[in-house]
Design a protein around this ligand. Structure first.
Ligand code: PRP
Length: 184
């Protein structure tokens, strides 16, 4: 583990930098096979996906476009409010596009359930849901990933884009946060 003053807030490492790199490359290869011959639009959901997005588009060497949307449903809480707000909308027409939505985590499903419907109403011809982490134990909406990196237990995970109160996103690994950090 790299030396960092964030490490002291971590109970345990779930996925090391090396494990993430290996799995993201596998996912990139898989996406390449599924989408070759198409002109997909990779659509990252900010902010959490920013590191995974950067890595998976390079792991998947498809000739493709990049777009972002920003949403928020957690604010600074540890459980979803259930209300998804778009804080930065699409900057282009997605009519007829094959969308590959890139998320860091699929948790309650509120965000991706909302976004998948949103992209379809905006005229997308397909929406492929890709998430690095899948936490099925907390799912409340009928949504599943088309491709998921790891299934995670119902613990508070941070790092590699995932935050607690906007911190820890820049840790290179994914770890479980010590409960006393978010109890304070
Ligand atoms: C996180 C994460 C997903 C969402 C998943 O976003 O990045 O977008 O929660 O949870 P859900 O399945 O319960 O909807 P958050 O709202 O914390 O914003 P962030 O991406 O800026 O961290």
């Amino acid at each position: 583990m790299a030396k960092s003053n964030m490490d002291q807030d971590i109970l345990k490492v779930l996925y090391s930098e090396e494990q993430l790199k290996t799995r993201v490359q596998e996912m990139g290869d898989e996406l390449y096979e599924r989408l070759k011959g198409k002109n997909p639009l990779f659509l990252g959901v900010l902010k959490g996906s920013f590191i995974f997005m950067a890595d998976i588009v390079r792991a998947c060497q498809l000739k493709s476009d990049i777009e972002f949307i920003a949403v928020s449903s957690y604010q600074n809480a540890t459980t979803s409010s259930g209300v998804v707000q778009i804080t930065r909308d699409l900057q282009q027409d997605i009519t007829g596009r094959d969308i590959v939505v890139i998320e860091d985590i699929l948790d309650s499903g509120n965000t991706l359930y909302f976004l998948k419907n949103y992209f379809m109403t905006k005229g997308a011809s397909s929406v492929t849901v890709v998430t690095l982490l899948d936490k099925p134990a907390r799912r409340t909406k009928p949504i599943a990933a088309d491709l998921a990196g790891f299934e995670v237990p119902d613990e508070f995970v941070v790092g590699y884009g995932l935050d607690y109160a906007q911190k820890y996103r820049n840790m290179p690994y994914i770890g479980v946060l010590k409960p006393e950090v978010y109890a304070n």
